[in-house]
Design a protein around this ligand. Structure first.
Ligand code: AHR
Length: 334
């Protein structure tokens, strides 16, 4: 009898503590390290999303897809645009922590410098989901999963195409590279994948490489400078479509024919890029899918239900030649 009373009192105390915790959920209640799950009704869940910005067609499509997916799933989304500034993203994440959202998702503008704010989210018991871009944190318990593309593979696919194009070259092929945002995962990984793929052919030389910050204006400006400083350019590797489209403007303004006088390879495969590919101004595109909304919803639902999620979820992607772009364009969603 005495044992029963003690057990009853302990359960009552646990219940009282759980009820009082209110606002920010405990790790156990959010499917955190200790394993439990909130199992909330979907219309009661709140997710805070800290977006990079609106730097490219890809990003615009990514934002739309995420917002549409949350609407369809009936889950409340709080959204912020960091205008490509890490300090803005950190502020947004801190504000989501204060508001006691159920989950925080974000696409880190750069790879480094996240441990402090991720530890704050962990201490508040709010699980974090990385979408699109990775962080370099060694402590893998700071986030539940990272879902998005394999950027090294994307760079390698671009480099493999260049290598195949110039396999019979007997003289130097001068390549210029338009890099994405300095310090961002796609810029770092695409550069290394590309370099790795072309390293077997000593004729393939990257003669200049500079950031265009993933924007059309940035790509144009850097390409204008390259055209002035480089006596001969055979090939552009633009790490996204927007920078490639900016490069096309610069090449045309310099009186050259993009796709012929200077070949162009890009990454993304957004509609504008695919149109330029089908028009012969771009020669090859490696796809990077911005449609991550449904995968994110899936992760949120799983965490809510206490179902384990993979530490890494890789998006499936393909590549496009001009002919393939022509065939795909009528049904391209973004
Ligand atoms: O992180 C994905 C990259 O960011 C896309 O390739 C680029 O267009 C975007 O700005």
């Amino acid at each position: 009898m005495r044992k029963t009373i003690v057990a009853f009192a302990a359960s009552a105390l646990m219940l009282a503590l759980t009820a009082c915790s209110g606002g920010a959920a405990t790790p156990a209640a959010t499917g955190g390290a200790s394993g439990g799950a909130p199992n909330k009704a979907l219309d009661k869940l709140v997710v805070g999303f800290a977006q990079v910005g609106a730097e490219s067609g890809w990003r615009t499509a990514n934002t739309k897809d995420i917002q549409d997916s949350f609407k369809t799933a009936g889950i409340q989304l709080k959204f912020s645009d960091a205008q490509q500034k890490q300090e803005n993203q950190i502020k947004a994440i801190r504000s989501y922590i204060q508001q006691g959202v159920d989950y925080i998702a974000f696409s880190p503008v750069v790879q480094t410098g996240w441990d402090a704010v991720l530890n704050e989210a962990k201490a508040a018991g709010i699980p974090v989901i990385l979408t699109d871009r990775a962080v370099d944190s060694q402590d893998k318990t700071l986030y539940k999963t990272f879902l998005g593309s394999d950027f090294v593979a994307e760079g390698k696919k671009a480099g493999d195409w260049v290598t195949a194009q110039y396999k019979d070259a007997t003289s130097t092929v001068n390549i210029v590279q338009l890099e994405g945002t300095t310090g961002s995962a796609p810029a770092i990984d695409r550069s290394s994948g590309f370099a790795d793929a072309i390293k077997g052919n000593p004729n393939l030389k990257v003669v200049a490489s500079q950031t265009g910050d993933f924007t059309r204006a940035g790509g144009k400006q850097v390409m204008e400078a390259f055209l002035k400083s480089q006596p001969k350019i055979d090939m552009v590797f633009a790490q996204n479509d927007d920078m490639g489209l900016g490069a096309i403007e610069a090449i045309e303004a310099a009186g050259k024919v993009p796709g012929k006088d200077i070949k162009i390879v890009t990454v993304d495969a957004v509609k504008d890029g695919m149109q330029a590919l089908s028009d012969g101004k771009i020669n090859f595109i490696v796809e990077c899918s911005p449609l991550l909304g449904n995968q994110l919803i899936d992760v949120v639902k799983k965490l809510n239900a206490g179902t384990p999620v993979e530490q890494r979820i890789v998006t499936e992607e393909t590549t496009f030649t001009a002919e393939q772009a022509k065939a795909a364009l009528p049904n391209r969603k973004y």
